[in-house]
Design a protein around this ligand. Structure first.
Ligand SMILES: Cc1cc2nc3c(=O)[nH]c(=O)nc-3n(C[C@H](O)[C@H](O)[C@H](O)COP(=O)(O)OP(=O)(O)OC[C@H]3O[C@@H](n4cnc5c(N)ncnc54)[C@H](O)[C@@H]3O)c2cc1C
Ligand code: FES
Length: 275
């Protein structure tokens, strides 16, 4: 089974969306049609291009989508730059799915949620959010606080406006770091906005974003009275194998690729201090 988990599938890119100036979303299918493999919300996959490199990327589409998988990739280095130069119709390889998923069918069942995301950190949360939208009757109210540097840097803006904001029981709160003439929404950093909104203490919190956003949002939530047992995040540590074999991603005795990337904050307290 572990050997199979390392064998890459060939993926055909059928669509590429320019989401922000440096983020593109790639729609990938099997060359014979349909999805490459099944996954759960929060899992990731290793994308690669022969002769270039490989990188671990969250599967941003929901498992409820039965036709294709999507990956939102920020252009920042070797593989992501090469991916950004591709056109629909070209092939990549994909292996996975890897990692522990968000517990959508057990611990999350029936809960009210606060999702908190910054920048490309929305990518892994989009999978959970759309899973909840598609199984609406199984979950309570959903608050989403999402921020980016500017309006143009908000990933999936169209889907947020056209679909999330129109979903009953969904409250979406967008913010950008600095004022812009064409923006009449909230301006300010995500952690401050979360505190201003004084979320209900019953909510389960799921967050992903830059480490500084995570640090200050967590502090703010603790001040409001949330406990670490009700806050989940997903970690991005450099990975190679994805199956707990190469030792690239270990923190103490845990492998982020296998024991994570999804963790509850009380579980992170058990890890060595430097993380
Ligand atoms: C579980 C998981 C999920 C992820 N999900 C996503 C996602 O959905 N979308 C997304 O865009 N990214 C995601 N990432 C991050 C992505 O895997 C990295 O950004 C990856 O490095 C990009 O590959 P690259 O070849 O383009 O960049 P690289 O060439 O690897 O460079 C990326 C950056 O890291 C720096 N760098 C290069 N080598 C090192 C090194 N040895 N040590 C420290 N820094 C180095 C570079 O200067 C550059 O700024 C995820 C990572 C993990 C672990
Ligand atoms: S990436 Fe190899 S052990 Fe985690």
């Amino acid at each position: 089974m572990e050997k199979e988990a390392l064998i890459p599938y060939v993926g055909l890119i059928t669509d590429i969306r320019q989401d922000t100036p440096d983020v593109k979303t790639f729609r990938v299918v099997s060359p014979n049609g349909g999805k490459l493999f099944e996954h759960k919300p929060g899992q990731c996959a290793m994308l690669s291009m022969p002769g270039i490199s490989e990188a671990m990327i969250s599967i941003t589409s929901s498992p409820t989508n039965k036709e294709f998988m999507e990956f939102s990739v920020k252009k920042c280095g070797c593989l992501s730059s090469a991916l950004h130069a591709l056109e629909p119709g070209q092939m990549i390889t994909v292996r996975g799915p890897y990692g522990r998923n968000f517990p959508v069918d057990d611990e999350f069942f029936g809960k009210d949620f606060l999702f908190v995301a910054g920048g490309i950190g929305l990518a892994p949360l989009r999978s959970v959010i759309n899973y909840i939208r598609d199984k609406r009757e199984n979950y309570g109210t959903i608050d989403i606080v999402y921020g980016s540097r500017s309006m143009q840097d908000l990933v999936d803006y169209k889907e947020i406006i056209d679909e999330w904001m129109k979903t009953p029981g969904f409250n979406v709160h967008l913010t950008i770091d600095n004022p812009q003439p064409e923006w009449d929404g909230h301006v300010g950093f995500v952690p401050n906005y979360v505190k201003e909104l004084t979320p209900d203490l019953k909510k389960t919190v799921v967050m992903c974003g830059p480490p500084i956003m995570i640090k200050f949002t967590l502090g703010g939530l603790m001040d409001l009275g949330f406990s670490k047992e009700q806050i989940y995040t997903t970690m991005e540590l450099r990975m190679k194998c994805g199956i707990g074999k190469c030792g690239r991603c270990n923190i103490g005795n845990k492998y982020v690729c296998k024991d994570g990337p999804v963790f509850r904050f009380d579980q992170l307290d058990e890890l060595p201090n430097e993380y």
